[in-house]
Design a protein around this ligand. Structure first.
Ligand code: RNT
Ligand code: ZN
Length: 410
């Protein structure tokens, strides 16, 4: 079936062997937080807050670093392609309680060793939510200088850790700042919080690191639960901020109005910035962070990465958390689907289609784009899985076994 598929794609000028090889080389950062509903390992871990929410109470979630690492190892074995791991600051490993503004590289040494021995690069996130100092809904844009300073110290500490990862692992670590800051009801001052956020970020980024070690990004949002009327870190704010400060933006496709598409934003940013980062997710009516599907917008995002030859410029990460189903399955379904989207995009005759657009032949362009959709993609996907030593469509039986042997005993 693979040989047959290859010759079908050949007719469209698509080199399938090349596509399969390329797909295996594009790094995708798996989010650690699907494994435990964004809880983390802090001694005083409280409920998830900051306008985001996991729903569901499926049994078997990872309760400590050993369980999370074990689950990740299993999940990685179910997914083809080149993997990274995206950690949050509250996944620190320490015997004692450590204040968020005092996290240090040594608290992440076990993670680095674990990742290095598996050839996995680490990415990192500041964690300015699920914390008493974030209980007002305002962190870096708070009017309270104590609160702002606390989170400035936190973000400086997390950037230091990311830069250390980058140095140790030989590939830059993506450092993402997302803050929940916003207001539930009609603001009396919209500019003040944004000016405070700007100044806080300036203070955080005044510490300079090599670009070989860290890639700094800021992640905007539309609104959070309980913070519906105003978001300090809006898209406009961060694009302007990043452009003027020589850093980058991260696009989370759950963070826009329902008819705004991240697939369209990628090229808008690539025309201006040399990099853009992604959080790939699925929002159902709101930023619900449902498991990623193999659906139109996800394929379109992948096409934008591939057809612009931007696989080294678009830093891909996943970001969703579903606690209502087996968490391993949630991780694997979403990650396998994004792999599918990448491979699907790599099998598109982009050059031909672009020529049709540029020559104004829009009838043929429409006709061919629709024909490409039914080429024998499944046969190539199966071949890709077997070359990557990842299981085929029967992978779920392994999850059932893991659930019986491991998760059900927790
Ligand atoms: C929240 C952002 C953010 C978080 C993670 C846990 O809306 O998407 O990226 O999901 O940092
Ligand atoms: Zn996100």
């Amino acid at each position: 079936m693979y040989e047959k598929a290859k010759s079908e794609y050949q007719k469209w000028g698509v080199d399938v062997e090349e596509a399969v090889k390329k797909c295996a080389s594009i790094p995708v950062s798996l989010h650690c937080w699907q494994g435990d509903d964004v809880t983390g390992f802090e001694k005083s871990a409280g409920p998830l807050s900051g306008g985001i929410q996991t729903t569901g109470n499926y049994p078997g979630k990872a309760r400590n670093k050993d369980e999370l690492m074990k689950d990740l190892e299993f999940v990685y074995s179910l997914i083809p392609g080149k993997k990274r791991l995206n950690l949050h600051a509250h996944y620190l490993i320490a015997d004692e309680a450590v204040s968020r503004d005092k996290v240090e590289p040594r608290h992440f040494e076990p993670w680095l060793n674990w990742a290095k021995s598996r050839g996995i690069g680490l990415d990192f996130n500041a964690t300015p939510f699920s914390h008493p100092m974030a209980s007002s809904g305002l962190t870096l844009s708070s009017p309270d200088k104590n609160i702002r300073d606390f989170w400035i110290r936190h973000c400086k500490a997390t950037r230091k850790i990311a830069a250390w990862f980058g140095e140790q692992q030989g590939s830059p670590s993506l450092h993402d700042i997302w803050i929940p800051d916003g207001l539930k009801d009609v603001p009396a001052d919209r500019l003040g919080p944004r000016e405070r956020l700007r100044d806080a970020l300036d203070e955080i980024y005044s510490v300079k690191y090599s670009k070989d070690h860290i890639v700094d990004v800021v992640e905007s949002k539309l609104f959070g639960i309980g913070l519906e009327s105003y978001t300090t870190g809006s898209s406009d704010f961060y694009i302007g901020y990043a452009a003027s400060r020589g850093i980058y933006v991260l696009l989370d496709n759950g963070h826009y109005h329902p008819t705004e598409l991240v697939s369209d934003k990628i090229s808008a940013l690539l025309a201006i910035f040399d990099k853009v980062a992604l959080h790939v997710t699925r929002s159902v009516r709101w930023d619900s962070d449902h498991v990623v599907l193999f659906e139109d917008e996800i394929r379109e995002i992948a096409k934008e990465i591939i057809r612009n030859k931007a696989e080294n410029r678009v830093l891909i990460g996943l970001d969703y958390f579903d606690a209502s189903i087996n968490r391993i399955a949630a991780w694997a379904v979403g990650a396998r689907n994004f792999q599918k989207a990448l491979l699907y995009a790599l099998l598109f005759p982009h050059g031909e289609l672009k020529k049709l657009q540029d020559s104004g032949n829009f009838s043929k362009l429409l006709a061919l784009q629709e024909e490409v959709k039914t080429l024998p993609f499944g046969a190539v996907w199966n071949e890709y899985l077997s070359r990557e030593k990842a299981p085929g469509a029967d992978w779920y039986s392994q999850v059932e076994k893991y659930e019986k042997d491991v998760l059900s005993k927790r």
